[in-house]
Structure formats: C-alpha cells, structure tokens
Write a protein that binds this ligand. Structure first.
Ligand SMILES: Cc1ncc(COP(=O)(O)O)c(C=O)c1O
Length: 384
C-alpha cells in the first residue's frame, strides 16, 4: 500500500498483504499467546508474547493508522480500555482536563468516578463554543481538551481545527473521540487533533459482533509511550476480535454511505412529524453545527436523535414499539437500533452537567431498506 491509495483501497488492503507462506488472501487469526524464539532473544518479526504484539492485532493497527492518516494506531479490548490507557499516559495526578458537556456517559464516568480518585480533576465545557473553551484554557493550566464530534447523544458539533489551535496555544493536547463519524467521514488528525479515540465496537466493526477500541496518534514519541502503557496494563484487543474488526473495516465506506443516506431521510421525516419537537442531526440546515460539519465531515453520519412533544413516558413507550429498530444500547451496526439515552446509555450521567433530556430518543440508523425504516418509525410514533 502507498499513502496515495484511496480510503476504500486502504480499508481493504492496509496491513493485510496475502499470507507469505500460503498466499491466503485473508489474514489468519493468530490465536496464539507465545512465539518460538531462535535462541534467547531471537524473535521472528518482533513477536514474543501476544500482550505485547500479535500479528492479527498488528494488521488491524496498521489498517486503522492508514485510515486516519497517522503513523501509528493501537488496538484495545474496548473503547474504554483505550481511553484509560490514554489518560494514564498523558496525564498525572494533580492535572486538570476539560471534558465536553455532551459525551458518551461511560467517558464522563471515567473522569468523574475513576480518574477523580487518582487526582485528575476536570471542568465540563460547552465543546461547540470555542470561545468558552478558550476562556477555560486561559484560566488555568490544562493538560487535555477532550472532544467528541458529533457528540453522543445530542449530536453536537465541535470545530476540530479551532479547538486544536486553542488547545495548542495553551500547551494542551486535543483528543477527539471519532467514534460517531468514523475515519471515512472525518479525520481529526489532519485538522490538528493530537489523538483520535475510537470505540471500534461501532462503525469500524460495523456488525454488532465485537467490542474493541483504538488510539490513533500523529506523534511517534507519544505512540511509543502509549504502547508502553498498553503493554504494561494489558487492555489489548484479542486476535479474533482484531480479525472481526478488520473484516468490518473492509466495508466501512460502503456502509457509511448508506447509513448517511438513510439517516438523512429519517431526520427529514422526523422533522415534519407532528409528535416531534426537535430533531438533532447535523445534516439538517437548521442544526447549529451544520456549517462546521459540512467543512470537516464528508457526510453527516448515521446517528439521529429527536425529542417528543409528549415527554419522557411517550419516549419510553415509542422505544418499545418499533418492529425493525431493535431496542438496545450501542450503535454503528448494519441493523437499526433505538434507545432511550436517559434510562440506558446515559443513565450514569443523571444528576451531572451531562444529564440528557428524558424526552430524547436516539437512533442508530442501519442500512436496511429506508422505506421500511420510515414506516416502522411512523407506526411507533402514531399515538405519541
Ligand atoms: C462515543 C463513544 N466513545 C466511547 C465509547 C466506549 O466504547 P466501548 O463501549 O467500546 O468501551 C462509546 C460506547 O458507546 C461511545 O459511544
């Protein structure tokens, strides 16, 4: 592969040369913990123990790095394991970080309930408002600015380039959780971010059959430090999980095109629906982040959130009435999912500055026939 190859080519081939021994076109699952050494310290290809490195994981890491346009990626057992490794590496007890006012509940919980005990303090900032972030950066020493864009579950948009500039002027790192967009729609490192976080469980894996995470970094020295922590703490992606994720990645571009097309139609239908008070989708011109999203994303993604006029109980009822949209947590698979964030994915942020409205419903719009999806939502909302 060369750096000139297009995204779809890299997704299928980067890190995945045919097997040199058999010619197998698909990379084997190296389901192995240890490797024969040719004399003490005589490693073949650098492999000695699968926590430190495993060929199937290496292939996934090379592929993810290529897709984000970076020299190095590291694959983890989950998105949370990736986030944990990153914070342990770039922060120290006593440091202060900025976290977004809308984010995956588990990410906020990691800051508020785990790293707070380690001595890492945080402030919550409106991440779509760069001026507010700059104010916080001017007020005290900040180690990390953490951003999600689009955010989970309110689909807010953060201006990555402007945030990177602001963070760097203040000597902070900008971390962008790129899970909702995927590297096909958005490449934060090219816009100035220092680290990209992924829950590969979502669009990268794409089939709701594997949990995983990744860190992608531009700076090789930082990558080395992260790799040290990863090996020292051990939250690595296993060989079979790496293989499943790689298989999913091959079709990322084709799937994302369809997710985006379906999501736009779903958002437009909901925007006209009498039971709906607000649709949160960055593809709608009425969305406050629409222009920024247009500038930094190829298209607007497969996630759509909306609020019901009739309130929380109506939202909970609607979530239980769909036929094709499966009621469940997670997102980014080929099948459509529906959920009630306040009682499900974001229950852990109740009472915090990240609490989400009770009348909110979040959709992960899949790649089924869109007419079927629209019919399903219309019938679920029919008496809301
Ligand atoms: C935006 C985002 N980041 C991180 C995570 C955590 O990833 P994982 O569930 O793979 O640990 C999630 C999970 O839903 C998420 O939605």
């Amino acid at each position: 592969m060369t750096n000139q190859d297009g995204f779809e080519t890299l997704a299928i081939h980067a890190g995945q040369e045919p097997d040199p021994v058999t010619g197998a076109v698909v990379l084997p699952i190296y389901q192995v913990s240890t490797y024969k050494q040719d004399g003490v310290g005589g490693l073949r290809g650098g492999y000695e123990y699968s926590r430190s490195a495993n060929p199937t994981r290496t292939a996934l890491e090379q592929c993810l790095a290529a897709l984000e346009g970076a020299p190095r990626a590291l694959a983890f057992a989950s998105g949370m394991a990736a986030e944990d490794c990153l914070l342990r590496t770039v922060c120290s007890p006593g440091d202060h970080v900025l976290v977004p006012d809308d984010a995956y509940g588990g990410t906020y919980r990691l800051f508020a309930r785990v790293f707070s005990g380690w001595g890492l303090t945080h402030d919550v900032v409106p991440i779509s408002h760069v001026a507010a972030v700059r104010e916080q950066l001017a007020a005290r020493k900040i180690t990390v600015v953490w951003a999600e864009t689009p955010t989970n579950p309110l689909l807010g948009i953060a201006d990555i380039r402007a945030l990177a500039e602001a963070a760097h002027e203040a000597g902070a790192l900008l971390v962008v959780d790129n899970t909702f967009a995927s590297p096909y729609l958005q490449q934060p490192l090219a816009l100035g971010a220092d680290v990209v976080v992924h829950s590969t469980t979502k669009y990268l894996g794409g089939h709701s059959d594997v949990v995983g995470g990744a860190l992608v970094v531009a700076d090789p020295e930082l990558a080395e430090r992260l790799a040290f922590t990863q090996n020292a703490t051990g939250g690595v992606a296993g060989p079979f999980d790496s293989w499943l994720t790689l298989r999913g990645v091959k079709t990322l571009a084709a799937r994302m095109d369809r997710h985006c097309r379906n999501a736009m139609r779903v958002a437009q239908m909901l925007a006209e629906h009498p039971a709906v008070s607000e649709v949160l989708y960055p593809g709608l011109p009425s969305h406050p982040g629409h222009k920024t999203a247009q500038e930094q994303m190829r298209a607007f993604g497969g996630m759509v959130s909306f609020r019901l006029l009739a309130g929380e109980e109506a939202a909970v009822r609607a979530c239980g009435r769909t036929r094709l949209f499966t009621l469940g947590e997670s997102l980014g698979g080929v099948e459509s999912l529906i959920e009630h964030p306040a009682r499900m994915t974001h229950a852990s942020v109740t009472g915090s500055p990240l609490e989400v409205p009770g009348d909110l419903i979040r959709l992960s719009v899949g790649i089924e026939d869109c007419d079927d999806l629209l019919d399903d939502l219309r019938q679920a909302l029919s008496d809301s």
